[in-house]
Design a protein around this ligand. Sequence first.
Ligand code: AVI
Length: 320
Amino acid sequence: ASQDMMALVDLDDEGVNRAFRSDVLDGMSGDPKAIPARWLYDDAGSQLFEDITQVEEYYPTRCEREILETRGDEFAELIGPGRAVVEFGSGSSVKTPLLLQAIDPAAYVPLDIAGDFLRAAAADLSRKFPDLPVYPVEADFMKTVQLPKDVTAMPKLGFFPGSTIGNMVARSAVDLLRSMRETLGPDSQLLIGMDLIKNVAVLEAAYDDAAGVTAQFNLNLARRINRELGGTIPVDKLQHSARWNDVFARVEMHLEAVEDIAFDVAGRSFTMRKGETIHTENSHKFDLRSQSTLLLAGGWTPVKRWTDREECFSLILADA
Ligand code: AVI
């Protein structure tokens, strides 16, 4: 669980810094070394992730968008109008308009931990859908969230695109699905994106693009440690590595030492042997059965599954 993206708590800047320091020091003291993936997303990291979604090799964004663009009629039929759409970790909300225009919802509730980002995205969406009530909620969606009073009587549709669920180990993913069910209530539905197991070369290329954008995203974590925790990590002696782990069905990102190195972080000394790595992210991939198992364990019954033409990515509609 220490490699989880989403053990988020609501923290002010000072609290964030303390939590970052303790996660990094704990993670660097372990064997193997590992730092939770949530720390990849400072401002620079969030921008680099947006850039990743544009690179050719990173198929998930493109394939998920294709499903959203082509299946509007089926969403309308199976979801119907009048629901409050609750988006978990809405971020820049770029995929949301495709869903909203298909189903004619009664309200939109974006949830995100990053308040500034959230309000900007909500304002942008209100311009596109002037008649749709939008209620942004700044919250950690790992916990049960109190939704705004105006939407409590409406049936809900949870929206969790991007296969972000794949950045969690199974136990945390199940906890999250259960707390989503708690947040959304008994008559709710969930539309969730899940990336699919496929050719290993395609998977590894998606996490190690030729232009090196993903490498920069990963290395930014070492730079962030140096910036925010007074670290002396020789970043030029680390290289990005993305490997398929077939036992856990996931792509793992690591930072690998290209020679023996020694450095300090927050006043503590660390060494890495040549070839030793810091594990920085898991991105689990699914098949039909593992998807069903995970959703059912999380309290959701799958009702419909869509894939893109190339069968790279899937969107699943499930009932509470
Ligand atoms: C946010 N998440 C779904 C991305 C993924 O594909 O696991 C994060 C990412 N890491 C490297 N590239 C993209």
